[in-house]
Design a protein around this ligand. Structure first.
Ligand SMILES: [Zn+2]
Length: 309
């Protein structure tokens, strides 16, 4: 079973929206090793592949890429006035309806910034009424995931024994890296052990050790491999060594496959990322060993356990 635990559900991608994302796409393409990406081609690809509509397109893409189950999330960029509470409700509702149509394939997480004044009511709406399985946080927008605003949302989430997928890893400004620090999740594992916490990106390809330190002692904390594809494509040997060390320190059961698709797939399709993980036992550099069992755990076995699939 292959489970993508980190997919950005975008309802539709207009040309205007695609063009506004061009700097991000150029950055990703460059990081993925395309030295002179064609901006028009990137806009075209984003328009073709980013919008998931009412779910069927995502299922089509999952089938093409060999993905059995996708954890899909919306995004709340609270400081950006385009993201109103009403627009957030709409996108979370659309995602929950898509998941309702394909309950065995799509697991929906609701984007929510806990600084929204009605965050507690919104959390109840998403979890109780929309039937979503958890919450997606982007603390690097400027809030502490263990702060008091967050805690009132986590109290609701804990009652549902829900999932918290929360961004960790510094990103380009305006992302505030200090709020993306894995150690900020330490209190959550103590005060809400019933919440399954997935640290998106495991702190990042450079700052994964704080995540590993915490994950090695907190049973409810996991991490996903989203964004590590860029690292793997550029510096495969180092990627293998770092992932090996990380798994030796925390155990392979803590690592979940994630893609950051469709955004990260602007240059290379998701099946390429899956294949890169599948190839670890045969392609890792000399002295670095991965087993087929570990690959199966990363690609879906671990996620199946914690998501109850
Ligand atoms: Zn993401």
């Amino acid at each position: 079973m292959i489970v993508d635990t980190h997919y950005h559900y975008i309802i539709n991608m207009s040309e205007k929206a695609a063009r506004s994302n061009l700097p991000l796409m150029m950055r990703i393409a460059n990081k993925m090793g395309v030295s002179q990406p064609d901006p028009e081609e990137l806009v075209k690809r984003a328009m073709e592949t980013w919008g998931a509509g009412t779910g069927e397109k995502l299922i089509e893409r999952m089938d093409a890429g060999g993905i059995d189950v996708t954890v899909a999330l919306s995004t709340d960029e609270y400081p950006n006035p385009i993201y109103t509470t009403e627009s957030l409700k709409r996108s979370n509702k659309t995602l929950s309806e898509a998941a309702g149509k394909f309950p065995r394939r799509i697991i929906p997480l609701a984007a929510l910034d806990p600084r929204r004044p009605d965050a507690v009511e919104l959390a109840r709406l998403y979890l109780d009424d929309y039937g979503m399985r958890g919450i997606k946080y982007h603390p690097d927008n400027g809030f502490d995931p263990s702060g008091s605003e967050s805690y009132r949302v986590l109290e609701v989430l804990a009652k549902h024994k829900g999932i918290l997928l929360t961004h960790t890893s510094p990103l380009n400004p305006p992302s505030r890296g200090k709020y993306a620090e894995p150690m900020l999740l330490a209190d959550i594992g103590c005060d809400f052990p019933e919440i399954t916490v997935i640290a998106a990106h495991m702190g990042g390809t450079i700052n994964w050790r704080p995540w590993a330190a915490l994950a090695s002692v907190q049973p409810s904390l996991y991490g996903d491999l989203a964004m590590w594809d860029i690292f793997a494509y550029n510096r495969f040997d180092l990627f293998c060594r770092e992932l090996r060390t990380l798994m030796d320190l925390v155990g392979p059961e803590k690592v979940l496959f994630g893609s950051d698709a469709p955004i990260d797939m602007i240059v290379t399709p998701i099946e390429h990322w899956v294949q890169t993980i599948k190839n670890l036992p045969s392609k890792a550099p000399e002295g670095v060993h991965f087993t087929k069992d570990e690959v199966d755990m990363i690609l879906g076995g671990n996620a199946a356990k914690i998501l109850g699939l």
